[in-house]
Design a protein around this ligand. Sequence first.
Ligand code: ADP
Length: 192
Amino acid sequence: MNLVLFGPPGAGKGTQSKIITEKRGLPQLSTGDMLRAAIQAGTALGLSVKATIDKGELVSDDTVIRIIAERYDQSDAANGAVFDGFPRTIPQAEALDAMLAERGKKIDLVLELKVDDAVLLSRVEARIKAGGVLRTDDTPQTLARRLDVYYRNTAPLIDYYRRQGKLKTVDGMAEIAAVTAQIAAILGGVPA
Ligand code: ADP
């Protein structure tokens, strides 16, 4: 099964994708995690994307498409994957469809986590208060920019996937366990 977890920054995609990947034995392919790992490791890729990420802007489509394709071809994704934070633009979604088609695969389901802006902002503020700034792009200012980028570039994917009949929407404002339960109910109807 190939699943896309979709939603604004702070919606809980990371939390839910970890739960899904553990239950289903599928790898979580998070472009955000991969890019942060590259920055941490000080690779050429990391150096080239750090300023963009810190500003809350999107890294180029070519860059993320390349790292996703490399990652998807590793053996642990033989039965599919959970895509988290990718695709984020229409060209990325088209590239993902093409990449999967070349391998005789497809996206089976897209789960949209719906959360209001005010809730997203208060989650980030709570995170900062609780443990200091954990991510350099987790500041109220950068979140505002990330949200803007989300509505402009990423939200159009909702229609892209709805037209393909693949979109399911989940209330991301419920408690973590309740969100997990909604997702489990949807996944119950999808073949592994
Ligand atoms: P969030 O928690 O805001 O959803 P992520 O951890 O998925 O963020 O990504 C953090 C940052 O990494 C983004 O703001 C962006 O700069 C970059 N990034 C991650 N995935 C992509 C992508 N698919 N396309 C372009 N940029 C990306």
